[in-house]
Design a protein around this ligand. Structure first.
Ligand code: SF4
Length: 727
């Protein structure tokens, strides 16, 4: 915990809380504190007096207009009187959008940019009329340490103050005391003082400050200054100086004990004594909540966006923690589409290759089925009961993934991490649908969170083991590749400590640091980012090569791996066996494929493993086109001699033009459905490349078969083929 104090001033709109906040910030700054004031009212005028009437860009306007990689705190932070750091969260125009969600996004930005790091006091100025999930963010426990209720003697202002107490109570119950008291901003109304005193007594709170009605505020407003800057109002200044002194000395904090509506009327309007809400039965001592991790920026390397949502990306990888229960805090539809995404690969693998992937066919995945009622009244209670039921099953972990809806309504799902037990951590992935980013960002967020909660940084070393890192959750070849690698490792006497994350239990993830070596599955930007993170965070040591594709790469991979573990002598027999099989396979395929013209259109830039195999079978390359939609820097093939037939292309119609010119026998594409029928066979370029010595030959075998079928006339009537391979 830092020594920084985070104080939230809540009050009904128009009650003067921004004036109170600005004057209190100014008084705190004058007392020597480093203060930041964050305005959380869509009107965005909280810091106006501190800034001499100047208005500043709001965080939300800025986030909307600025690409994420160019967002900087300094663009929205301005220094006001006494060096007070001024921030306005902003919000949508009245009548549109969701201001509460805006507050959530603004707070996420401030966390991400570590905006509060250089200040002693953070003062949140928050609209308290509507304590929906978004406006309640500042009173979540990871933000406000203390809360001041600003009110006048008007019944509706007191009503709003009581509502705020309800919001605080729903976060804190009887476990925490965070209410500092009431700030009475006098309006010179009849019976005003007595009304507020009656309310204060009923909710057992002190009135910590009484600000008298005064012309001084009007004059200061006209001059666009805080009272601290105006010599002529010593009495009013003294009120704020005194309050600042109390804040710095530490205001005693009390529990929130709100009244029911009828109790409030009785107490405030009719002066009848009333009872506050009885204290709840003392809850069982909760497990200590983990310190919230600062939200990290993605690694700076530019990576292509994948247009699934962060929720889907997180769920797709989370199901690979096999003994966990994954709870999608989402409507049924989001969970269903994600389930389809997860299970389609599993089903394809089962039907086409007879490979059973339990976590993909029948994922350990359920949903809270957020509906209308939860969208209006909040879904936290429903989520809590789901987590409770899941905990009864004693899983290795309970993973909660939040969707767009739970993000918009502001459910504080992360608070449920307090339900963790030593055996079963509750891990919340705050994906908030696509507000947490795209598919890959959700996946990354999920991996980081799981590691942070499970990995034991000091696990005892287990020699002769490796971890496999960054296998693709839904890759068609993922499991086939794993089997290939496992076969090699078994032959070398090397065990697999943990697949992070692929069909691993919580215990295996806990021991991630026990393996002396880690192997990255694929050389993608996301894989490299995960590698750097694990190196930095846990000191993981990585093998310099990723899982190899093709004969030469596989041989070098095994030789170096054998050398690392001192079992180089076991490598030669594997390579000899593979070489013999490779030779036999080439001899069989060569007569079938010799002279056949290959046309390739792909988004993958790694292709030499396939072209090597095609070349050894005597095939010709008539065109190699790399589709570079994102116009990134790409390197097409490592072999200079192949570049004469290679081309970088940015739109698919150009591919079709080349297709008409080149007259190929085989078309290999990532988009087979877009290739028109013709006098050639069409095959799919795998997104996850097949690992191993015979990676390319496996694909060539398929071409040989298809060409043969076509020769026999079967291809043009391919129902039999379809039934054989896909039905
Ligand atoms: S973007 Fe939002 S609504 Fe769509 S599937 Fe993802 S979580 Fe559900």
């Amino acid at each position: 915990m830092s020594d920084r104090l985070e104080l939230a001033l809540y009050g009904k709109g128009g009650i003067g809380k921004s004036t109170m906040s600005a004057n209190l910030s100014a008084a705190l700054a004058a007392s020597g504190a480093r203060v930041m004031q964050i305005g959380c009212d869509p009107k965005h005028d909280s810091t106006r007096l501190l800034l001499g009437g100047r208005s500043i860009p709001t965080v939300l306007d800025y986030l909307r207009d600025t690409p994420k990689e160019r967002q900087r705190l300094s663009d929205v932070l301005a220094a006001g009187f006494g060096g007070v750091g001024c921030i306005e969260a902003g919000g949508p125009k009245p009548g549109v959008g969701c201001a509460g969600r805006g507050i959530i996004s603004a707070f996420e930005f401030l966390e991400r940019t570590r905006a509060k790091d250089d200040y002693d006091v953070i003062l949140y100025d928050v609209l308290g009329d509507v304590v929906c999930g978004g406006f309640a963010v500042p009173i979540r426990r990871e933000y406000a340490d203390a809360i001041l209720l600003v009110t006048s003697g008007e019944f509706m202002a007191i009503y709003a103050a009581n509502n705020i107490l309800r919001g605080i109570r729903s976060f804190d119950g009887d476990e925490h005391s965070r209410v500092a008291g009431i700030l009475l901003n006098g309006r010179a109304l009849p019976d005003e003082r007595a009304r507020v005193e009656r309310f204060a007594e009923a909710v057992k709170l002190p009135i910590v400050c009484r600000v008298p009605r005064s012309e001084a505020f009007l004059r200061a407003e006209e001059r666009k200054r805080t009272l601290m800057e105006l010599e002529e109002f010593p009495e009013e200044r003294a009120v704020f100086t005194e309050l600042a002194g109390q804040v710095r000395a530490g205001l005693p904090l009390r529990r929130a004990l709100p009244l029911t509506d009828s109790e409030l009327e009785e107490a405030v309007l009719y002066g009848r004594r009333t009872v506050s809400v009885p204290a709840r039965e003392e809850a069982k001592a909760p497990a200590p909540a983990p310190e919230p991790e600062p939200v990290r920026e993605r690694a700076p390397e530019k990576r292509p966006a994948l247009y699934g949502c962060a929720f889907t990306g997180a769920a797709t990888i989370a199901v690979h923690l096999t003994d966990a229960v994954i709870i999608a805090h989402s409507p049924r539809a989001c969970a269903f589409y994600t389930w389809q995404n997860i299970s389609s690969t599993g089903r394809k693998n089962l039907f086409n290759r007879g490979i059973l992937m339990p976590s993909a066919i029948s994922p350990n995945y359920e949903t809270t089925e957020i509906g209308h009622a939860e969208a209006v009244f909040g879904g936290l209670d429903k989520l809590r009961s789901h987590v409770e039921r899941a905990m009864e099953r004693r899983p290795g972990a309970v993973i909660v993934i939040t969707s767009c809806v739970s993000g918009i309504i502001g459910d504080d799902a992360e608070a449920l991490e307090r339900m963790s037990t030593p055996e079963t951590p509750v891990i919340v992935i705050p994906a908030d649908g696509d507000m947490g980013g795209d598919y890959m960002q959700g996946l990354e967020m999920c991996l980081h969170r799981i590691a942070e909660r499970l990995v034991d940084p000091d696990a005892q070393t287990r020699p002769m083991t490796v971890n496999l890192i960054g296998e693709l959750g839904v890759g068609f070849n993922t499991d086939v590749n794993f089997r290939t690698v496992k076969g090699w490792l078994d032959a070398l006497g090397i065990g697999i400590g943990c697949r992070f994350l692929g069909d691993a239990g919580a215990e295996e993830v806990r021991r991630l640091t026990a393996a002396p070596l880690n192997i990255l599955a694929g050389d993608s930007a996301d894989g490299r980012a995960l590698r750097s993170w694990l190196e930095e965070r846990y000191g993981c040591r990585f093998f310099p090569r990723c899982l190899p594709i093709g004969f030469d790469a596989s041989r070098s991979f095994l030789e170096e791996l054998g050398g690392f573990f001192g079992v180089a002598d076991r490598v030669a027999p594997i390579v000899e066996r593979e070489a013999a099989q490779y030779g036999a396979e080439v001899a069989r395929l060569r007569p079938l494929l010799r002279g056949k013209r290959l046309f390739m259109t792909t988004i993958n830039t790694s292709m030499d493993w396939l072209l090597d195999a095609a070349e050894s079978c005597g095939m010709e390359f008539c065109w190699i086109g790399v589709l570079n939609y994102l116009r990134q820097e790409v390197k097409i093939t490592d072999r200079p001699e192949r570049r004469s037939v290679a081309e970088e292309i940015t739109d698919f119609p150009a591919v079709l033009e080349r297709l008409r010119e080149k007259k190929p026998d085989i078309v290999l594409s990532n988009y087979t459905a877009s290739v028109p029928e013709g006098d050639y066979i069409v095959d799919n370029m795998p997104m996850t490349q097949p690992v191993g010595f015979r990676s390319g030959l496996e694909i060539l075998k398929r071409w040989a078969l298809l060409l043969e079928r076509r020769r026999e006339g079967e291809w043009s009537h391919d129902r039999a083929l379809f039934e054989k391979y896909f039905a």
